[in-house]
Design a protein around this ligand. Structure first.
Ligand SMILES: [Zn+2]
Length: 406
């Protein structure tokens, strides 16, 4: 097979400051060249993508894809609603913990061939999905760190979530147990912590969480209703900017209940754009308010963020947050993970987790997804010849072929 060349697309590659019409040459699974009018080479398979945007493969840094037997009530198969969004890397946000991570790795991570799967390890041994998530003895920083380090080629951090959000604190359920132990695991493994959190006054205020977090730690679900993001005057609280200044990362993490326009729109329009855009896709929201990565990106785009920024926050910044800077870029030598989008104009309605709507006038639609140089999604079958042409090229009917031709 010769090289695959995407011709005349509008390339947006924020890592390299490219935002212009260009060609992209893919050779042996890697990006070989990005430049205008690349010369034809023998054996080239050129695909014309005029009028379309060409970007690095999208990274969804918060999803739930631990589709093993024990986790199937929560998690989706990694190929559900990903390739159709240009996603080439999906990151499981701690569905499994230090007890069941080995099985997840065998069943899902190592078995995935059309998409890259990376993961956080939950501080809770048996991961998400039951009453055990609230029990301190399940949260073992050393075993969690050991698991993360044993699988450091695919693990990107430590996750804490769901801890004691709806009951009164007691001697066995202190306010900060899950955060403190996840932090300790993160320190021992030298990896970031991703936090899903529920503040409570006066015992567990949100600003205290931001003080506890280290630079590089990630607060996901930033626009959920339970977070005091916007003050009475409709402005973003100063401590949000101070936390960002310190290096705390804010991830969108849409989820079934964590993206509210009443928080997102004023914050984003003031300039507080989430560092990364992610879905928190799982069985409970795939057919609801999230659907896919493009759904989340299109909401941010229609709130008023530029297309280049939306791509940046779906490629470069998540790659940095998961400490995989070689991803999310079309740099020469990088894995040829590429997305091709059409930007449609029209009247569109978007929905949040309160089921309130927002109107918009543009929508990215995925045309093609390429993973490691292989076309894994091709909505309009670009690069294929017509059946009429095939009849001209191969006129002999199949049924008259002789054995010698097989
Ligand atoms: Zn999640």
């Amino acid at each position: 097979m010769g090289d695959l060349v995407l011709r005349n697309g509008h390339v947006i590659d924020p890592a390299n400051g490219i935002n212009e019409v260009s060609d992209v040459r893919i050779s042996e699974g890697k990006i070989d060249a990005v430049a205008r009018n690349l010369p034809e080479q023998p054996g080239d398979r050129s695909i014309d993508v005029s009028g379309l945007y060409v970007t690095p493969g999208i990274i969804d840094m918060h999803a739930h894809v631990a589709h093993t037997h024990s986790r199937s009530t929560l998690s989706l198969h990694p190929l559900v609603n990903t390739l159709e969004s240009g996603v080439t890397t999906t990151v499981d946000a701690g569905t499994c913990g230090w007890r069941d991570f080995d099985q997840f790795r065998v069943d899902v991570i190592d078995a995935s061939t059309k998409i890259r799967v990376l993961s956080y390890v939950n501080i809770v041994g048996s991961g998400m999905g039951g009453a055990w998530e609230h029990e301190a003895p399940e949260m073992n920083p050393q075993l969690c760190a050991d698991t993360a380090l044993m699988h450091s080629d695919v693990v990107v951090g430590i996750k804490t979530a769901h801890y004691w959000a709806k009951q009164r604190f007691d001697a066995n359920h202190l306010p900060w147990t899950a955060i403190d132990r996840a932090l300790e695991a993160g320190i021992r493994a030298d990896m970031p912590m991703m936090v899903d959190f529920c503040p409570e006054l006066p015992n567990r205020p949100y600003p205290t969480l931001l003080e506890k977090m280290r630079p590089g730690d990630i607060h996901t679900h930033v626009f959920a209703q339970q977070f005091p993001i916007i003050d009475d005057n409709g402005k973003v609280f100063e401590y949000m900017y101070q936390a960002r200044e310190k290096g705390i990362i804010f991830d969108l993490g849409h989820g079934a209940g964590s993206f509210w326009f009443r928080n997102a729109v004023p914050a984003i329009q003031e300039g507080f754009v989430p560092d990364s855009i992610s879905t928190d896709l799982h069985t409970g929201n795939v057919a609801g308010v999230v659907i896919d990565m493009l759904g989340c990106m299109n909401k941010v785009l229609n709130i008023g963020v530029s297309l280049e920024e939306v791509i940046l926050r779906s490629t470069v910044t998540p790659a940095k947050e998961i400490n995989r800077p070689e991803l999310g870029t079309l740099s020469v030598g990088a894995s040829a993970d590429v997305a091709v989008f059409n930007l449609e104009k029209g009247d569109y309605t978007f929905i949040d987790c309160e089921k309130t709507t927002m109107q918009g006038d543009k929508k990215l639609v995925c045309d093609m997804t390429i993973f490691g140089g292989d076309i894994v999604y091709n909505a309009n079958w670009r690069g294929h010849k017509s059946w009429e042409q095939d009849l001209i090229d191969n006129p002999t009917p199949f049924h008259v072929r002789t054995q010698t031709q097989f």
